[in-house]
Design a protein around this ligand. Structure first.
Ligand code: FES
Length: 399
């Protein structure tokens, strides 16, 4: 240690020396002896990082199972012919972004992984939806053997033993059940170790996916599933009626601390915000899985109406400037997709930062509950187009 420090020339840190750092470093590099350097991918930490965080993964569909009249379970395995030997590991509750080409346009959509981390494959549940271009396409057109490019697994709805309580109260609305299937499987096979009380909200019993599987999983004392039916009609025995209220949570939750994980439509989160306040839970125990595009701006509390409904957006993709139009109630990402402009996107919920884009000109609105930017990004004019609505003509520069 002493030897090394004796060779280090001490430099007084002041503004003049600071400004010379780059030019001095360049001079030293230029005058240094040339040596053979191993490619960076040859270093063990980089090799491990590329397995855990691959830039992209090639998968193919190995099986498709209908789980309700409008939802399918799609099993994805590594596509070795295209270079993916094994899938990146993930924690239960994570999702992947699936790239799909439809009519010459490229779309990316996040889907929760619903298999267990120990199973060696990813399963996703895709439900047909009104206006859901990608979900409808996957539901209607995908066959066993089809190939896709997907992202690494990501997401924040994962269990952290250092942060979360020993019991998790899960609240799933409709197709928001998908990450909870992963939690249930992971608790069953030992990949996760916590108690789960899951409220599964549905309109009608026919909306429930994989009920037999969930009921079987409940033989494990760590798992309990409570079906909560909000639609009209007779309520089956053992089901609760209505919505997941503070009162209902108290009926099943343990004394003391518990975490709350929720996944479902944004309207469900607005309702839960009010209900969970009544329970006085600490903020660190509450996690809402915002996934997919935000609600139309006019439905969001912090939106200040703008004067015009449609704006001109000039997109600089480093090769050319392209002018497109974007409605005041459309995200910049959606407008770019519609116009066939490719850009980076993963979560579509403003959290991952992957779509980080510079605004050169113009005014915009980002819903407060989706604004996951760093403070410096907001100051220096960076946005997440997946959750940004124009409020004037804009000029943006893609990453
Ligand atoms: S895609 Fe994640 S923040 Fe926009």
């Amino acid at each position: 240690m002493e030897k090394i420090s004796s060779k280090v020339k001490k430099i007084k840190l002041n503004a003049a020396n600071f400004l010379k750092i780059v030019s001095n470093r360049k001079k030293k590099i230029d005058s240094a002896e040339s040596v053979d350097v191993k490619p960076l991918s040859g270093y063990r930490p980089n090799a491990i990082a590329s397995v855990i965080h691959p830039e992209r993964q090639f998968v193919k569909v190995s099986e498709i199972t209908a789980v309700t009249g409008s939802a399918k379970l799609i099993k994805l395995v590594p596509d070795k012919d295209r270079g993916t030997e094994r899938l990146a590991p993930f924690a239960a509750g994570s999702c992947i972004s699936v790239e799909v080409s439809i009519d010459g346009r490229t779309y990316h959509r996040p889907y929760s992984i619903s298999s267990s981390p120990l199973e060696g494959y990813y399963e996703i549940i895709v439900k047909s939806a009104n206006g859901g271009i990608v979900s409808n396409f996957l539901n209607d057109n995908v066959n066993a053997g089809d190939g896709f490019v997907i992202s690494e697994p990501f997401g924040e709805l994962t269990y952290e033993p250092l942060r979360d309580a020993k019991t998790v109260v899960g609240i799933a609305g409709g197709v928001g059940i998908t990450p909870f299937r992963s939690f249930i499987k992971a608790i069953s096979d030992g990949a996760e170790n916590f108690d789960l009380i899951l409220f599964y909200g549905i309109d009608n019993p026919s909306d429930i996916v994989l009920k037999d599987e969930f009921d079987r999983a409940c033989s494990n004392p760590k798992i309990r599933v409570v079906y909560v039916m909000s639609g009209e009609g007779d309520v089956p025995d053992g089901f609760e009626k209505g919505f997941v209220t503070a009162e209902l949570i108290k009926k099943y939750a343990p004394e003391g601390d518990y975490s709350v994980f929720a996944c479902g439509p944004e309207a469900m989160y607005d309702f839960l915000e009010v209900e969970l306040k009544k329970l006085g839970l600490r903020k660190k125990f509450i996690r809402f899985d915002y996934r997919g595009e935000p609600l139309r701006p006019k439905k969001l509390g912090d939106y200040i109406p703008a004067s015009c409904e449609s704006y001109k957006i000039t997109v600089d993709d480093h090769r050319a400037l392209t002018e497109i139009t974007c409605g005041g109630d459309e995200t910049l990402l959606k407008a770019m997709e519609r116009n066939g402009i490719r850009t980076r996107t993963k979560c579509m919920s403003g959290i991952c930062g992957y779509c980080h884009t510079k605004v050169s000109e113009g005014d915009y609105y980002m819903p407060g509950n989706r604004d996951g930017r760093r403070a410096a990004d907001a100051v220096y004019g960076y946005i997440h187009p997946c959750c940004t609505f124009p409020r004037s003509d804009m000029v943006i520069k893609l990453p």
